[in-house]
Write a protein that binds this ligand. Structure first.
Ligand code: UDP
Ligand code: MG
Length: 295
């Protein structure tokens, strides 16, 4: 049986990268489908993608009504893939398409998902340090099983990808969910490249939100901290005298409340406001609930 592949590429204002990325993917995979997910770009990204789709019948696109974020972008792409395997990669060429054959041959050894690990991560010091701290805390303090070093460059079986994103409410944190479901996984190493053009679309706040999503969405350890901080701090307030103790204990309590508020906020958002994504334009058959217009 010949396996089929779709390369899913989330794009948020990546106009300068789309053509070189397309050329380099096509040089590796002449038959594969390429599904661009335009995550509310305001530059020429969508225009260029549509031109490619005109020329190449295996180019598909979804264009969101606004910026919904990377998770929504790749998950919506996964939802509308019909191939046996999905390859996810960023648009900025930090993950070279020339590495795709390595991912495919590793996956063929019998894995559900193969992650590409960056050997020499070409990102700012702050980003690298932040992600090290995030991974370390996730595994140690929050006891979240996490594929260490995994990036958004990966290959996953389509049925498995659908299972990972199939929660009815907000998408889970993909990497943590893969481990929670017990996917058979492996890694390949690759040489990470600097961004081909443009700037990172991950602001400090976007990264912080993603981290909270990981911690709160996959661990109840922070809630235990909340309970513990109340149990410890209330008696201490009465028993330990000293001008330093009161503010320190208040700080502990407030941190506890803030953590609890994080869980409540998440539940409220999922129940009351949740909208993973909405498609304005596409050359695929989009389900009515996912599109803005009737046709
Ligand atoms: N991206 C997206 N929506 C967003 C932010 C990013 O679709 O809200 C895409 C972006 O266009 C790129 C990929 O996600 O293809 C990774 O983003 P970026 O390269 O800016 O992240 P970094 O490598 O700096 O972590
Ligand atoms: Mg990048």
């Amino acid at each position: 049986m010949v396996e089929s592949y779709t390369v899913v590429v989330p794009c948020f204002n990546e106009a300068e990268n789309i053509i070189p990325l397309f050329d380099r993917i096509r040089a590796q995979l002449t038959d594969a489908s390429i599904l661009f997910v335009d995550d509310g770009s305001s530059d020429k990204s969508l225009e260029l993608i549509k031109e490619l789709a005109e020329k190449d019948k295996r180019v598909f696109y979804l264009s969101f009504t606004r910026n919904f974020g990377l998770d929504a972008a790749f998950a919506s792409g996964f939802k509308y893939c019909a191939s046996d395997w999905i390859i996810q990669m960023d648009a900025d060429l930090q993950s070279p398409p020339e590495e795709i054959p390595k991912l495919i041959s590793k996956a063929n050894e019998g894995y559900d998902i193969v992650f590409a690990k960056r050997l020499n991560r070409q990102d700012s010091f702050l980003k690298k340090a932040g992600s090290k701290v995030q991974h370390f805390l996730a595994r140690t303090a929050f006891r979240i099983n996490f594929p260490v070093g995994a990036s958004t460059f990966r290959i996953v079986r389509r049925d498995v990808a659908h299972r990972v994103i199939s929660r009815p409410t907000a998408y889970p944190y993909f990497l943590a969910e893969c481990m929670r479901l017990g996917l058979r996984h492996s890694f390949i190493d690759y040489k990470h490249a600097p961004r081909h053009a443009g700037v990172s679309k991950f602001t400090f706040w976007k990264s912080l939100r993603a981290t909270m999503k990981l911690f709160i969405g996959h661990s109840t350890v922070p809630l235990n901290f909340f309970a513990l901080s109340l149990i410890i701090s209330i008696p201490l307030l009465f028993w330990i005298p000293g001008s330093f103790t009161v503010p320190a204990i208040l700080l502990l309590m407030l941190t506890g409340f803030w953590i609890q508020a994080g869980y409540i906020r998440r539940l409220v958002r999922e129940q009351m406001f949740h909208r993973a994504f909405l498609v304005r334009e596409s050359n695929l058959n989009i389900q009515a609930e996912d599109r803005l217009y009737d046709n």
